[in-house]
Design a protein around this ligand. Structure first.
Ligand code: SF4
Length: 228
């Protein structure tokens, strides 16, 4: 039966989008305050945080184009942010082994220290998330994973280094273990939804067709138990 509110309300996806938009306003305002307190623009703070998350001797240094892609900004905007960070002595350029004509970006010591503070998540947002009961935090993480995957497939955001599309992810490899049903074959350990990662340094992305198979297994939930 159709409830009265079905005709009185905006469609559910629209109200969800409105709610997510409110969250993004709070996130942006918090990031803006944090960045400003450290003499940075939000874009510069995000670029620093991205470089900190993606730096490491084993990984190629990011380029301006990588920053533009990951922050979903134009290349000129990314380039302006990088130039300002370089002027402030927070990053430096180095030759890119992938392309002799390009340069990679690395944090200086001062940039590494500042990235930890200015690029952190707003404390208010962390507090609000921490106030949710653990099962709700876990369920929300799973839903956020789904939203990110959907946006990724539609080309709205750069691919995230998440478990759900990783070569090492074995969803429901331990179906009888409700707390830790999945398996990460990189560290060779079981884990649960509460451990799902959205930006794992060890992630090795699967090709699209294989990722789809793993994804379907993940979202389908645990396999039905076979009757004795
Ligand atoms: S390597 Fe990282 S992303 Fe891949 S399954 Fe393990 S924890 Fe998840």
């Amino acid at each position: 039966m159709t409830a009265v509110f079905d005709s009185l309300s905006d469609p559910l996806p629209r109200r969800l989008a409105a709610g997510l938009s409110r969250l993004s306003v709070a996130l942006r305002a918090g990031q803006w305050r944090l960045a400003e307190a450290h003499g940075l623009t939000p874009t510069q703070a995000q670029a620093l945080a991205l470089l900190a998350a993606r730096s490491g001797a084993a990984r190629p240094a990011l380029r301006v184009s990588d920053i533009a892609e990951h922050l979903a900004i134009t290349r000129p905007t990314a380039s302006d942010a990088v130039t300002a960070l370089e002027r402030k002595g927070l990053i430096r350029r180095q030759p890119d082994p992938r392309d002799a004509r390009a340069t990679g970006l690395v944090l200086t010591e001062a940039g590494t220290a500042l990235a930890r503070e200015a690029g952190d998540w707003p404390a208010t947002l962390l507090d609000v998330a921490a106030d949710l009961p653990p099962p709700e935090q876990e369920a929300l993480l799973r839903l956020v994973t789904k939203l990110i995957r959907g946006l990724q497939l539609r080309g709205a955001i750069a691919p995230a280094r998440m478990c759900a599309t990783c070569r090492f992810f074995r969803p429901y490899a331990h179906p009888a273990d409700a707390a830790t049903p999945h398996h990460c074959s990189f560290v060779d350990a079981p884990f649960g939804d509460r451990h799902l990662r959205l930006d794992c340094a060890e992630q090795d992305p699967l090709p699209d067709d294989e990722a789809e198979v793993v994804w379907t297994r993940f979202v389908s939930g645990p396999p039905a138990a076979t009757p004795p």
